[in-house]
Design a binder for this molecule. Structure first.
Ligand code: PPS
Length: 621
């Protein structure tokens, strides 16, 4: 190991063996004392007065949790109130409202504040606040509310978390909100899609009385709220703290960037990843937290800390950047790192970025003085192999080709078990990522057949079953149409509604099998396109999905009539029979199409196996 680099407060060289336990070396940038005005005093923990900590936004750190006596009263009173089970997004928002992460907010925005935030990034009293934090409700719940009403807010299991004292209830113009907040009406923007498609049409604003915070059982020791973090910084003697926001695993570039940022402003580092809701498709937070843990020893001892933030991101780019800075200020951070495309959703399908690469830096710069949080702007870091060093992209010498690996490229390397170079990330991080992102030939997948009765689904599914068992390595389950009808869907008939329920059940079971690394072979008729697409959407994020269209023509299926069902259907003895008296929508998105008029079952199974092999789902270890 390269000990001299550690002594200099630098990580080991890329490519050098990782330290089993890095030597305990202190960085020399211990924070100098700053003089702080008396008005800035804040006692985050009364037993440990912290004399020079940054003021929370708006001057007061909220703690909306009431006493146990008041909580008991609220529970009692709430028996007569309407109730609302919070959505995943609302649960995240509620937690940061109750624990003061969203200070100075004392509840969900009322109409005046909401309109003022959307149009001008400020609460009605002029306080900077860039993102609307609102409680969206469906019409039947909203109709029960009006100014002065109370609403019990519950978690998905029905546990009451807070009481909302309603100030007003209104129907917002969500298209206008999308334009004002995200600068876009394009549903490819996840914040816009959530707002237009998954947000209820009514908003209720008002103040909150908190009974308890939402329960978390994962990484509890890392979930420090604003008051707890402030107390911790006071205990550690950290007066200048630079926060790093992330929703991705951190690699060498991030470690280099954060270390440079901390040195540059002579501050300690808070790695403050979002573990609430991030961009759909991101690496799950369990894996990420293990990766961050693995990274901590690469910082000089006692200089960096990890804490998790239960924020629901909106991917709102510049406005969200300002919001992130406010939230970090509330958590006691004096500095905030903002990099390229901060909190941005990337590009739309037309190749255009939703936001300029450094738009968040520009917006935050305008509000830096007012906020009192110092931005630490960073360009994207790229690797120069001849120097074995990371440099900001604008400092690459002319004629030198820097190296970088995009998120897509990393996912591809993981999926195919390809090398991930040590200049890019740390061996411990790769190990964690490989545990949850095994190469495709060790991931689960679903082969989903669709086709008419008698088209050969069951026969080929059975051939595939034994082929997969012969290969070994993964558990295999066959969900054949007839068997599912016997065991899982025995009460269902053949109406469109019942067929869709049947396919959703099969899809759900297959998704669980796929998620857990098994192989699911499904062989229902599945005559309707939309529910097939639904199943694909359910499974694709969890592993492979191959739709096999059994395109054997109706005449051939009918001439086989192995079960005698076509004859009965023609005679009117079976109603709603697919192909005869009920529709079959042939898929246009099948990965494999098979007509068993021309192929033997063995040949047909081979077609599917070859397709899986091409995608990397079957193959050598
Ligand atoms: S669906 O549409 O996917 O829910 O149908 P599925 O569950 O695959 O159907 C399973 C078997 O039910 C028999 N059967 C019928 N099929 C179609 N239409 C009607 N009305 C019907 N009634 C009974 C048929 O044998 C299906 O099995 P396969 O293997 O396709 O022949």
């Amino acid at each position: 190991m390269d000990g001299s680099r550690w002594k200099a407060g630098l990580p080991p060289r890329a490519g050098a063996a990782a330290p089993a336990r890095p030597p305990a070396v202190r960085l020399t940038f211990q924070a100098p004392r700053r003089s702080v005005a008396a008005s800035n005093l804040l006692h985050a923990n009364p037993s440990r007065p912290c004399l020079d900590m940054i003021d929370p936004h708006g001057g007061t750190l909220r703690n909306l949790i009431v006493s146990s006596g008041r909580a008991a009263e609220l529970r009692e009173e709430s028996r007569h109130w309407p109730s609302w089970d919070l959505t995943e997004r609302q649960l995240c928002d509620l937690e940061l409202l109750l624990n003061g992460g969203f200070s100075p907010l004392a509840g969900f925005l009322n109409r005046r504040d909401y309109e003022s935030v959307c149009s001008g990034m400020r609460l009605a009293d002029g306080t900077l606040w860039p993102i609307p934090v609102v409680l969206d409700l469906p019409e039947p719940v909203a109709q029960k509310l009006g100014p002065g009403a109370s609403l019990a807010l519950r978690d998905p299991e029905g546990v009451m978390l807070a009481a909302l004292r309603v100030e007003d209830v209104w129907q917002p113009d969500r298209a206008l909100e999308a334009q004002q907040v995200y600068g876009s009406a394009n549903r490819e923007h996840p914040g816009v899609a959530h707002l237009l498609d998954r947000t209820h049409p009514w908003y209720a604003g008002g103040t909150l009385e908190g009974i308890q915070l939402p329960a978390h059982y994962d990484f509890r020791e890392l979930r420090l709220g604003p008051a707890e973090l402030r107390a911790e910084f006071a205990r550690l003697g950290w007066r200048r703290v630079v926060a790093f926001q992330t929703r991705n695993p951190m690699h060498r570039a991030h470690q280099e960037l954060t270390l440079r940022a901390a040195k540059e402003v002579e501050a300690n580092l808070l790695i403050h990843p979002v573990v609430g809701m991030t961009k759909p498709g991101d690496v799950d937070h369990y894996t990420r937290v293990r990766c961050y843990h693995a990274l901590l020893p690469y910082y000089p001892a006692h200089t960096a800390k990890l804490s998790l933030l239960p924020l629901a991101m909106r991917m709102g780019g510049p406005r969200e950047g300002v919001w992130h800075a406010i939230i970090r200020k509330n958590h006691g951070c004096t500095h905030f790192i903002v990099g390229r495309d901060h909190a941005g959703p990337g590009k739309a399908s037309d190749g255009k970025w939703f936001y300029g690469p450094y738009a968040a830096q520009e917006l935050l710069e305008q509000h830096e003085a007012e906020l009192g949080v110092q931005m630490v702007p960073f360009k994207m870091m790229v690797y120069l192999s001849d120097r074995d060093a990371y440099v900001p992209e604008d400092q690459v010498p002319a004629g030198i080709q820097p190296l970088s690996i995009s998120g897509t490229e990393l996912r591809d390397r993981l999926a195919h078990g390809r090398d991930i170079p040590t200049w890019f990330t740390f061996p411990e991080v790769v190990r964690e990522l490989r545990r949850t992102h095994p190469p495709r030939h060790r991931q689960g997948f679903t082969v989903f057949f669709t086709g008419l009765s008698g088209s050969g689904k069951s026969t080929i599914a059975n051939v595939l079953l034994v082929k997969f068992l012969e290969m070994g390595g993964r558990p295999v389950t066959l969900l054949d149409g007839d068997l599912v009808r016997k065991h899982l869907s025995s009460e269902l008939g053949f109406s469109k509604e019942h067929r869709d329920i049947n396919i959703r059940r099969i899809g759900y079971v297959a998704s669980e099998i796929t998620k857990n690394g098994g192989i699911a072979i499904c062989a229902p008729i599945a005559p309707y396109d939309s529910v097939r697409r639904e199943v694909r959407r359910m499974i694709e994020p969890l592993g492979g999905f191959v739709l096999v269209h059994m395109a054997t023509p109706l005449e051939v299926c009918e001439s086989r009539d192995r079960k005698g069902l076509y004859a009965k259907a023609r005679a009117g003895l079976i109603k709603e029979f697919t192909g005869i008296s009920d529709p079959y929508e042939a898929p246009e998105n099948a990965e494999v199409t098979i007509d068993t008029t021309e192929l033997t079952p063995e040949e047909a199974a081979q077609e599917i196996i070859l397709h899986l092999e091409r995608g990397g789902y079957v193959g050598a270890d």
